[in-house]
Design a protein around this ligand. Structure first.
Ligand SMILES: Nc1ncnc2c1ncn2[C@@H]1O[C@H](COP(=O)(O)OP(=O)(O)OP(=O)(O)O)[C@@H](O)[C@H]1O
Ligand SMILES: [Mg+2]
Length: 261
């Protein structure tokens, strides 16, 4: 299983949009995909209509109260008794309980704090090919758990005046995770989202490529007003508007992501 954390300290840069649409594309390509909502805002969970407090969430998994198998919800495709036919997509939801889980993990010194998600994923049954983790715009213990569990990291970035804020801090956290817990962790790259084809954006991408020493994906996701519409309709872009520039971008990006695996 390839595990990828989608992370940026900056809010509103397209982390959740990328997590949803990459996971959906991987499913369409025949992959068995687990999408983890690791943000107390629960945007992925609300999008897929699995947000709530009556069923276990990622907080229960981090606290060791439940397993991934017991908490993940099946969205698309099915495992059959003979194995599986085509891909499937499951989601592990999040809600505000994650605030309490973060606090409890830090208080409880009897168990390791940073490796809880990794341990849960190592023990997960379900034969997943991919695990995509949508992180909160924050660095807290649950987000650090994602860095410890991941094989690689995608950093969505919008080219604006504050685009590079927090990049240094993320790279520091990636280095910490790599040095102390996860030597194989790789920076997949920055993914430019909400891209507009103008000089300002082109120069911004050039600067980003220099800052990131080349770790910028070739694919850029174009700005499209339809992205907001797809969020309101709770449909992945490929369902809501397959011909829009952003839908095409995510199809292309999924291929680039798979090749880089
Ligand atoms: N390619 C795009 N074109 C136009 N709008 C976009 C695009 N990608 C994302 N958006 C819009 O930008 C807003 C923020 O996107 P999203 O929720 O994915 O960001 P986020 O990084 O997950 O935010 P947060 O940090 O709050 O979790 C949403 O309204 C979304 O519809
Ligand atoms: Mg988000």
């Amino acid at each position: 299983m390839r595990t990828t954390a989608i992370i940026n300290l900056k809010g509103g840069v397209g982390k959740t949009t990328t997590a949803i649409n990459l996971a959906y594309q991987l499913y369409l390509m025949g992959g068995a995909v687990l999408l983890i909502d690791l943000d107390k805002q629960g945007n992925v969970s609300k999008f897929f209509n699995v947000h709530g407090y009556d069923r276990p969430s990622v907080a229960d998994v981090l606290l060791g109260r439940d397993t991934i198998g017991g908490s993940a919800r099946s969205l698309y495709g099915e495992k059959t008794t003979h194995g599986r036919e085509g891909g499937f997509l499951d989601v592990l939801p999040a809600n505000m309980s994650l605030i309490e889980a973060d606090e409890r993990i830090l208080i409880d010194k009897t168990k390791p704090q940073q490796t809880r998600l990794k341990k849960a994923l190592d023990g997960a049954e379900g034969g997943y090919d991919y695990c995509i983790i949508d992180c909160a715009p924050d660095i807290n213990i649950s987000v650090f758990n994602a860095l410890v569990a991941a094989d690689d990291v995608i950093i969505p970035v919008t080219i604006d005046r504050f685009a590079y804020d927090g990049i240094k801090e993320i790279r520091q956290q990636i280095d910490n995770a790599r040095d102390y817990f996860n030597p194989g962790l790789e920076i997949g790259g920055c993914l430019v989202t909400s891209y507009r084809d103008n000089d300002f954006n082109r120069e911004g991408v050039e600067y980003l490529t220099a800052v990131m020493e080349g770790h910028v994906y070739e694919t850029r996701i174009r700005w499209s007003g339809l992205v907001n519409g797809s969020t309101f309709e709770c449909e992945p872009l490929d369902v809501y508007s397959p011909r829009c520039a952003a839908a095409r971008g995510y199809r292309e990006f999924a291929r680039e992501y798979v090749k880089g695996g």
